[in-house]
Structure formats: structure tokens, C-alpha cells
Design a binder for this molecule. Structure first.
Ligand SMILES: N[C@@H](CCC(=O)N[C@@H](CS)C(=O)NCC(=O)O)C(=O)O
Length: 312
């Protein structure tokens, strides 16, 4: 079973990152829609409690976080590359900017904005409460008012990085083809235009070249998408065996042996401890085995950057 199954929802900007990777690579994939807020009863058996979006499933292998999902897709389907200028290290490193200070700034503006939900997005009634809890480690959503000018001025500074890249008239941030750098940078305008349109208008209207770049990126599309029922995804996991792996890197400074029970948790927001048995590490990744009646044996793969790994 090597079908690509993306657990996501249409309104999720992090999922849009991966949908665009599918688009660049022209891949066929299955779409399993998860709720945009907890509870997520069909996702939890696969992820052991990790609730964020998106998650990529390939058989009984579960890939967590867009950084790792993008890298895994690049490994399996190298052409067309998401690094059209050849700068893979820089493209991945940009993720620490995009998924860190840049994204936190935009989400704070959305949570503090006078017009959240003014766009056309469909969200459940408890969405805001759910997100308040989820972002608690980064800001107190009830106290954002006086801080908004600071967030807005910082977002303009982040946005100027995109304008600097486009200043010579190129089509995409690293040249004439789209890549991961564009995907990292697109998150915030994509999100704010949908979730806080008045904020987006105030910030982005002076820059038509930004809107033109967003339109070129959107035209890349999402590859070929087919809907799948969530129960089918669980069946696929149950029927599949996890892919072979190379075990624990003996030089890994983690200094943990295969078979050690470990807990892995996002280090930034939406903290949760996912527990399992350590089976493999690479320089970039850590993989744990879990077994439940719902899905049988699965291996969960996490990136090391942005996640805490502890023996339990
Ligand atoms: N670092 C993670 C962040 C993912 C993330 O925060 N996604 C948002 C949606 S765009 C989320 O999980 N929101 C809560 C949810 O979907 O339950 C990644 O790159 O995958």
C-alpha cells in the first residue's frame, strides 16, 4: 500500500502547504477530511493523540508535521523538486522562520482581530475556544488587543522579505519555478485573506505584486485529489505493515536504544505527549512504534526540529 493519504481539512493553511507540494510534483493523493477542532476520533488512533493538521499516511507509516511530510515527498518523488534552485538546506531551514515567528505573528493578529471569521470559512462554534487553548504557550488570546499594533508592524516586516525576493520581477521566490520557499511564505497571506480579511486588506492591499505571486502559486494546483472515508484509512493502516527502516542511528546524541519507551511532544504549541517505542532515528527524524486494536502496528515519524523527545 503506497497510496498517499492526507488527513486534513480545506481551510487549514498548513495543509495547503502539502497540497501545493502535491501540485508541484503532480501527485495523485487521497483526501481524508478531519474536523478543524477537537475531537478527532478517526485521527487519534493513527497519531496516538497528536491533533494538528495535516498528517500524511502511507499504509501503516504516519508522517507528522509539514516539514517532515514535505521532505518525505521529496525523497519518494524527487522530480519536479520543491527546490528548483537546488538550495534544499536553505529551503528546509526557512521552515523554522515560517512555522515559528512568522506564523505566530499572523495567528495572533487573527485571534485578536476585530473581524475573525469575517471571511467565507466554515468553522465549528467552539473553534475559537479550541484555538485559545492550543496557542496558550505563545500568547494569551484574551489579552491581545494592546499588542496588535506590535504584531501588525512585525507582520509587515516579515512580508517585506517576500517583496524583496520578488523585486527583480521573478515569478517565484527562488526563480522561475515554485518551490518550498514559496510554500513557506504563502501561509500567512493565504490564512489572513480567508480568516481575517479586513486585516489582510490593510496589510496586503499596497502590494499588488504580492497578490500576483499568490495567484501564480495557486495556479500550481493540488495534483489529483480523490476523497476517502476516514474508516477506509484506518482499514488501510490495519492491513498494511510499516515500511522497513534503518533503525536507530548509533551516533545519535539522543543516546537512546531501539526499544526504549519514549514520549514525543510539539515544543511550540498544541502540546501533547505521544508515547511509543523508539524504532528509528536519522539526523532529522525520530520514529516510534505503536500498536492499538484500531490500527494494528503503525510507525509514527516526527521531525526532530520542533519536537521534544524524552524517554519515559
Ligand atoms: N508545525 C506543524 C503545525 C501544524 C498546525 O499548527 N496546523 C494547524 C492547522 S493549519 C492545526 O493543527 N490546527 C489545529 C487543528 O487542526 O486541530 C506543521 O508544520 O505541520
Amino acid at each position: 500500500m503506497s497510496e498517499l493519504i492526507l488527513h486534513h481539512y480545506d481551510e487549514a493553511p498548513f495543509a495547503e502547504k502539502i497540497r501545493l507540494v502535491f501540485g508541484i510534483k503532480g501527485l495523485a493523493w487521497h483526501s481524508v477530511i478531519v474536523p478543524s477542532a477537537m475531537p478527532k476520533p478517526f485521527l487519534m488512533p493513527l497519531t496516538g493523540g497528536y491533533r494538528r493538521t495535516p498528517v500524511l499516511q502511507i499504509g501503516a507509516d504516519i508522517y507528522i508535521d509539514t516539514q517532515l511530510i514535505a521532505a518525505e515527498l521529496e525523497r519518494r518523488y524527487p522530480q519536479p523538486s520543491i527546490f528548483p534552485d537546488g538550495n534544499a538546506g536553505l529551503g528546509y531551514a526557512l521552515g523554522s522562520w515560517a512555522n515559528g515567528p512568522y506564523v505566530v505573528t499572523s495567528v495572533a493578529i487573527y485571534m485578536g482581530a476585530t473581524d475573525p471569521f469575517a471571511g467565507e470559512v466554515q468553522l465549528p462554534a467552539h473553534f475559537f475556544e479550541d484555538r485559545k487553548k492550543m496557542w496558550m504557550t505563545q500568547f494569551d488570546a484574551d489579552q491581545l488587543g494592546p499588542k496588535l499594533p506590535g504584531y501588525r508592524t512585525r507582520l509587515r516586516a516579515h512580508t517585506e522579505f517576500i517583496l524583496m525576493q520578488l523585486a527583480d520581477g521573478r515569478a517565484f521566490l527562488t526563480g522561475d519555478k515554485p518551490g518550498l520557499a514559496d510554500i513557506h511564505a504563502m501561509w500567512d497571506p493565504w490564512f489572513l485573506r480567508r480568516f481575517a480579511p479586513e486585516e489582510a486588506k490593510a496589510l496586503y492591499d499596497p502590494y499588488p505584486q504580492l497578490a500576483a505571486w499568490e495567484a501564480r502559486l495557486a495556479a500550481v494546483g493540488h495534483g489529483s485529489r480523490t476523497e476517502m472515508d476516514p474508516t477506509r484509512a484506518l482499514e488501510i493502516a490495519r492491513a498494511a505493515a510499516p515500511a522497513p527502516h534503518d533503525g536507530v542511528d548509533p551516533t545519535d546524541p539522543l543516546n537512546l536504544k531501539a526499544g526504549t519507551p519514549v514520549s514525543i511532544s510539539p515544543a511550540d504549541y498544541a502540546e501533547v505527549n505521544v508515547t511509543g517505542t523508539l524504532v528509528a532515528t536519522t539526523i532529522q527524524t525520530v520514529s516510534i512504534h505503536r500498536h492499538t486494536a484500531d490500527v494494528g502496528d503503525v510507525i509514527l515519524h516526527f521531525p526532530k526540529i520542533g519536537y521534544d523527545i524524552e524517554p519515559v
